[in-house]
Design a protein around this ligand. Structure first.
Ligand code: ADP
Length: 406
């Protein structure tokens, strides 16, 4: 039996299938450039001999329905005609669950309506997620489909953390508040940290740092999110690949007045032309580090700003939590950039956070600890796996609901 995880974006479909018992990956793929003449699918699968093989194919795909048929056809070919595996459930990543969803849910018509009602809060993501759900429901009508929300993990934040200091009515009428995102990643690394440290999750205080192209920090108290850096949208907080993160709100009005740009244009600049790219022209941290090493001042500034912002969040979440057991680095940058980890933690020894340079720069996969022997607080590097987290939550909710029905 398999569990399928689907992440349906506006022009792409990412998917992964897992073995139900072991929750190890059995196949995965990415279809990109949907809606163009040259949509490209890369489908990979694990052979019985334990090797990953792949098919890469390009063809015109007009929409998501055709996209899923393309994926099914190619994955059928990869099995060379043998029977398709039985599907236990499908877990869909849904970006915005608003205040309605603090847990994964089995999708029915009411859930679909609720996700639709949340479109104003996630106008790019929720409609694309819905397309994936609708097609999969048609394709596998008897298989339970589950929605796992990016925002759900953060629904435990107290009001003092999620309210903005705006007229209260904006919250009541328009839902303006901090929701937070990357929930599956923060939840996954918290779970893995607990497993690695041999401590129950509800006994651990953590600061988790998801540093990828999108980036966010979360304060986790006894296993629950009590604050997070992303807000109403994923624009707030840390400096990201192309998003500015925290900004004086007056910058928007000033820019609009000074440059004559419309609100939508300013929104586009803050989301797509800012962050690392805005400072040094690139949003690829690997390339930025190389340039900085060669003396490129803008690239150096971008790295410095990025790390300084993360450090400020560590300080403020330390204060919010009171005590912490570990700082966790994850995401493409958090997992791979020793330089970013070093600079982020530099000067934090007073807080009990000290990186051991040789452990930090050692090339190693999997979970590792990079603090010195004297460091009071552990510093962990944990590879994230949002798909696996979604698969696990999908299995848990289906089993719970089946258990109740028995
Ligand atoms: P996304 O948010 O799109 O999932 P990822 O988590 O894959 O992004 O992170 C992408 C970022 O990770 C890019 O900035 C990339 O340059 C960076 N990255 C990946 N490998 C390294 C590395 N070895 N050193 C520094 N940065 C890296």
């Amino acid at each position: 039996m398999r569990v399928i995880v689907v992440n349906s974006g506006s022009s792409s479909i990412k998917y992964e299938t897992f073995d139900l018992k072991s929750l190890t990956a059995a196949s995965k793929g990415l279809l990109e450039r949907i809606g163009t003449e040259d949509s490209r699918l890369r489908h990979q699968w694990l052979t019985p001999a334990g090797r990953w093989e792949e098919i890469v194919e390009t063809r015109p795909v007009v929409g998501h329905r055709e996209g899923f048929s393309f994926i099914l056809e190619v994955s059928g070919r990869s099995r060379s005609g043998s029977e398709p595996p039985e599907i236990f459930g499908v877990g869909h990543r849904v970006v915005h669950g608003g205040e309605k969803f603090s847990e994964p849910v089995i999708i029915d018509n009411a859930v679909l309506r609720a996700i639709e009602e949340l479109i104003p809060l996630a106008p790019l993501h929720n409609p694309a997620n819905l397309m994936g759900i609708n097609v999969m429901r048609d394709l596998l009508p008897r298989v339970p489909q589950v929605a796992v929300f990016d925002t759900a993990f953060h629904q435990t934040m107290p009001p003092r953390a999620y309210h903005y200091a705006l007229p209260y009515d904006f919250y009541r009428t328009y839902g303006v508040r901090r929701y937070g995102f990357h929930g599956s990643s923060h939840r996954y690394v918290a779970r893995e940290a607990a497993r690695h440290l041999g401590v129950p999750q509800d006994k651990l205080n953590l600061i988790t740092l998801h540093l990828g192209n999108g980036a966010s920090a979360t304060a986790i108290k006894q296993g629950k999110s009590i604050d997070t850096s992303m807000g109403l949208t994923p624009l707030e907080g840390l400096i990201m690949g192309t998003r500015c993160g925290d900004l004086d709100p007056a910058v928007h009005f000033y820019l609009a007045r000074k440059t004559g740009r419309a609100v939508e244009e300013v929104e586009g600049i803050l989301n797509k032309e800012s962050g690392l790219r805005g400072i040094c022209g690139s949003n690829d941290m690997r390339e930025i580090q190389e340039r900085a090493q060669k003396g490129d001042a803008r690239a150096e500034l971008a790295v410095e700003m990025f790390c300084y912002r993360v450090k400020k969040y560590i300080g403020s979440y330390y204060a919010a939590l009171g005590t912490i057991d570990a700082v966790v680095f994850t995401g493409g940058i958090g997992e791979n950039s020793a330089l970013v980890r070093t600079r982020t933690c530099k000067g934090l020894s007073g807080l009990g956070i000290t990186v051991d340079e040789s452990r930090n720069s050692a090339a190693a996969g999997g979970i590792r600890e990079i603090q010195t022997g004297e460091s009071r607080i552990r510093i962990l590097v944990i590879p994230t796996d949002e798909e696996r987290e979604i698969a696990q939550q999908t299995v848990e909710i289906i089993e719970r609901v089946k258990g109740r029905a028995r």
